[in-house]
Design a protein around this ligand. Structure first.
Ligand SMILES: [Zn+2]
Length: 322
């Protein structure tokens, strides 16, 4: 692993649903990519093996490999690569993810939060604008965030900045696993939208499942979107509610940060275009005027790739001690 300019960096996006590994060339070109299901219930050690298998399958010669970066869907210390916990990936509590991956792969590995990686990936994909204050929200199984200021991740006092999913939308709302109630996660994450659709359809099985926080097989965000497109009012209203909550959360961010740009990635971008349009309109309508006018709000440049691109970039970033 020399510092040769021809070096290849591998980025892994380790989420609750999908596991994506991408090899990037020195100029950022995608050389190879592989995607599989995470199988989040299979346990940490098995998932580590799957990550290693996926990385090996990219067939990057070891003498060209600069490092492997992993964006992990949970709380992780990027300096040590040690996982504190994950709501989305069970079995990773207090888990030495970097050490286990380095043992499997026999090369240098960097681990960071997946939304942090996505933020850095969006910064890179959009031309490394050093003057920009960029906020990224990843809205999928959970809602994560990143703050990129002048090309650097703003990590905060306890390395847990940009917990945008846990910001309060309704201070009297439903409890969330983070300990708060009424946070953005309870309204606009994929499971929250699906749960709301089930509540609104008032099907007994669906209602019980939604109350208990588990969803029957087949009830996916895609299914809710398809039903809404077919004229199902309950499903459409559930998506609208998610959009309104997300737009409200972004309005709060616009007021707090006055960013140049807010970029979104994650599973909710698979919803019909009116979802994002409604999010943007709500955010602009609620934010303080100058803040609303100053910000560009839209999808990430590479919504499916930014997590992996950022993870690869982290091999450079964290090596620099940032
Ligand atoms: Zn929360």
């Amino acid at each position: 692993m020399s510092g040769a300019s021809s070096g290849v960096r591998i980025g892994v996006d380790l989420g609750g649903t999908k596991l994506l590994a991408v090899a990037f060339g020195a100029t950022g070109a995608v050389l190879a990519e592989r995607r599989v299901e995470t199988l989040s219930g299979s346990g940490a050690d098995r998932i580590v093996e799957r990550v290693a298998e996926l990385v090996e399958s990219l067939e990057v010669p070891r003498d060209r490999l600069e490092g492997v970066g992993v964006g992990f869907a949970g709380l992780v210390d990027h300096r040590t690569g040690h996982v504190d916990s994950s709501v989305i990936l069970p079995g990773f509590d207090d888990y030495p993810l970097r050490a286990r991956l380095e043992a499997q792969l026999g090369c240098r590995v960097v681990v960071d939060n997946d939304a942090t990686a996505a933020g850095l990936g969006e910064h890179v994909a959009s031309g490394r604008n050093q003057d920009e204050l960029l906020l990224v929200l990843t809205v999928g199984t959970g809602i994560g965030g990143a703050i990129v200021h002048r090309g650097r991740i703003l990590r905060g006092a306890s390395n847990t900045s940009a917990e945008f999913g846990n910001m309060t939308i309704d201070w009297q709302g439903e409890p969330h696993s983070c300990g708060n109630r009424g946070c953005l996660n309870t309204f606009a994450s994929g499971p929250a939208i699906v749960g709301e659709a089930l509540r609104r359809t008032a099907a007994v099985g669906g209602l019980l499942a939604a109350r208990e926080g588990r969803l029957p097989a087949g009830a996916t965000l895609e299914a809710v979107a398809a039903a809404a497109a077919d004229g199902d009012d309950a499903c459409r209203q559930a998506i609208e509610r998610g959009a309104d909550a997300l737009g409200t959360g972004i309005a709060n961010l616009l007021n707090a940060f006055n960013p140049d740009r807010v970029a979104l990635a994650g599973g909710v971008l698979g919803l019909p275009p009116w979802f994002l349009e409604r999010v943007v309109a709500t955010a602009r309508g609620r934010a303080f005027g100058p803040n609303a006018r100053a910000a560009t709000i839209g999808a990430c440049r590479e919504p499916l790739l930014c997590g992996a691109r950022g993870a690869a970039e982290l091999t450079r970033e964290v090596a620099d001690g940032r």
